[in-house]
Ligand binder design. Structure first.
Ligand SMILES: [Zn+2]
Length: 281
């Protein structure tokens, strides 16, 4: 949400001093991607590099964790060695790598799962970048995924569609996302046909959870209840098994580009999404 996002930028600014930008590291990563035949990611990075829109940083584990917390990371099942975010204020993709971890190993000796995280992080942030920079074509390219996602989500939350619109207005949500023009009322209107009232005894508890989550977006406790439903939505809408629940941030509620980002990290969808985004840089 907007207010939360401004806080994010302020806090990010205070952390930025302790990042150590490294062009050499980016070159090493490009070699690594080339060795793994990741042609499309490599191509995308080279295009971004020409515009100076991609940065790789060494950072301490502590800073990485702080960044993840800023963007909504709640569960700390594993210590992250790699993290990324798209920063609209500088229009850059930023990738952070734990400097101690890399120093010990050299980037060429990354464990398989860390390489996958690195690759997926690039793709994820690339999707946010393209959504922000080429929003009209992005919308045209990915509306069919949104249709599936938000329809399934509505079915799970409110099967009888008493409260939710027949179709959640994901185009309005996306327009709000790219113009950063959110109000709680606009957000709620994109979802609900009828505003649920507490005195309505028939109210479906899931509808109520969604309503509260939208009303208190940015507040962790209100949003936690919605996370498992978002995970269920991905699994059902896209027939995904073994969904990585730990990386759920609920951004899908107000930022539809996140749906495409999450899908882009899945083997079934990555290449297709990457190709489309690559063409839109
Ligand atoms: Zn994201």
């Amino acid at each position: 949400m907007y207010k939360q996002y401004n806080e994010f930028l302020v806090q990010l600014e205070s952390l930025r001093e302790i990042f150590l930008s490294s062009d050499e590291l980016l070159d090493d990563i490009k070699t690594l991607l080339k060795d793994h035949n990741q042609t499309y990611i490599l191509e995308a990075i080279e295009k971004l590099e020409k515009k100076n829109h991609v940065k790789v940083y060494f950072a301490s584990e502590n800073v990485i964790f702080k960044i993840l917390k800023l963007i909504g990371y709640k569960l700390s099942l594993s210590k992250p060695n790699i993290a990324g975010f798209y920063d609209p204020s500088t229009n850059t993709i930023n990738i952070l790598i734990d400097r101690y971890y890399v120093k010990d190993k050299s980037i060429y000796e990354l464990e398989e799962h860390d390489f996958i995280t690195l690759k997926d992080t690039f793709v994820h942030e690339l999707v946010h970048y393209v959504a922000a920079n080429n929003s009209l074509k992005f919308k045209a390219a990915f509306s069919n995924y949104w249709q599936k996602f938000y329809n399934t989500f509505a079915d799970i939350i409110d099967f009888q569609r008493r409260y939710l619109h027949k179709q959640i207005d994901f185009i309005s949500l996306f327009n709000m996302e790219v113009t950063k023009n959110y109000t709680i009322t606009k957000l709620i209107n994109a979802y609900f046909r009828v505003t649920p009232k507490n005195e309505d005894k028939q109210i479906n508890p899931l509808v109520n959870t969604l309503y509260l989550a939208l009303k208190h977006i940015g507040e962790t406790n209100a949003l936690l209840g919605i996370q498992p439903i978002i995970a269920e939505t991905y699994m059902e809408a896209f027939n995904i098994k073994n969904f990585k629940l730990w990386y759920m941030f609920y951004q899908e509620l107000y930022a539809p580009s996140e749906v495409i980002c999450i899908l882009s990290e899945n083997d079934k969808f990555q290449l297709n999404i990457l190709r489309k985004c690559n063409a839109l840089i």
